[in-house]
Design a protein around this ligand. Structure first.
Ligand SMILES: [Zn+2]
Length: 281
């Protein structure tokens, strides 16, 4: 892991010094440097995955704050909620965001480059590739026409698409049914405290700046905080934690997004660009 973070740090530093013109590590071969389009794609990929992750954590927060029942694995339930909130958000950006989230789990699966072990199967989360396919299931379930191209690109079977239409409706209705008593619509909802903590490390602060500029924490405050009646005092924090993670802490009543996760997503898409380049050559 350390090597990966170090590599990505170099990416961040280069991006900082060259005004987002070079996500490649210092000293990279000229032809392996990403294009401006790739740099922009990488920035959006990081932001979109932060949004998916934060909606996922917001799901844990809703369950814990409102004492909602969870029939089955909570991690699956909140991945579904995150997908539903993005898909029901009625915005083109969110429709792109969910595709980036699915891609990130596919890339994460590919990047493992090892056989799965019991540790993978024992995990509280489903396997990366399962999480990816389940997000695609929600996508085609919500709007089979809009996401047809994406689903076709990964050979998502027609029979599964038909099941997913039903799964999506049922999951959406279950979630919104449970949340209904707490929904305040146009408010007044709850105020949440948003903070992007500086890290004291200029490389890591680069990622902090990208997320702050995109307002990823504010998107949770507006889409969830303002629409549901929580007791005041919930905190939404982005900071450096030393590990690529994000979590809801029910005691502290705080969602934390670790900048290291942004680094991890940069590494994933950087690897994808490099493989694409190699395939072309
Ligand atoms: Zn989770």
């Amino acid at each position: 892991m350390k090597a990966v973070v170090k590599h990505a740090m170099a990416i961040g530093l280069a991006a900082l010094s060259a005004g987002l013109m070079a996500l490649s590590p210092a000293g990279a071969e000229e032809d392996s440097k990403p294009t401006p389009e790739q740099i922009e794609e990488a920035r959006i990929f990081v932001v979109n995955n932060a949004i998916f992750t934060l909606f996922h954590e917001a799901g844990h927060m809703l369950i814990s704050e409102f004492g909602l029942p969870v029939l089955g694995r909570e991690e699956d339930a909140v991945d579904a909620l995150s997908s539903i909130l993005l898909l029901e958000g009625d915005s083109e950006e969110l429709d792109v965001a969910i595709q980036d989230a699915a891609d990130a789990w596919f890339l994460s699966d590919e990047a493992k480059d090892r056989d799965l072990t019991d540790t993978d199967f024992l995990d509280t989360h489903a396997l990366d590739r399962q999480r990816a396919y389940q997000i695609v299931c929600m996508m085609t379930g919500a709007d089979p026409e809009f996401f047809k191209q994406f689903a076709d690109s990964i050979d998502f079977p027609q029979s599964r698409r038909e099941e997913c239409a039903f799964e999506y409706e049922r999951t959406k209705n279950s979630w919104f049914g449970l949340l209904e008593p707490h929904y305040v619509g146009d408010g007044p909802g709850s105020n949440m405290t948003v903070s992007y903590e500086p890290t004291g490390d200029e490389n890591m602060d680069f990622f902090a700046g990208v997320l702050k500029e995109a307002g990823v924490l504010e998107s949770i405050a507006q889409s969830v905080g303002a629409k549901y009646k929580f007791d005041d005092g919930i905190k939404l924090t982005a900071k450096s934690c030393g590990v690529p993670n994000a979590f809801w802490d029910p005691q502290a009543r705080e969602i934390t997004y670790c900048y290291e996760l942004a680094v991890e997503h940069i590494v994933l898409i950087d690897g994808y660009f490099k493989r694409e380049q190699t395939a072309k050559n």
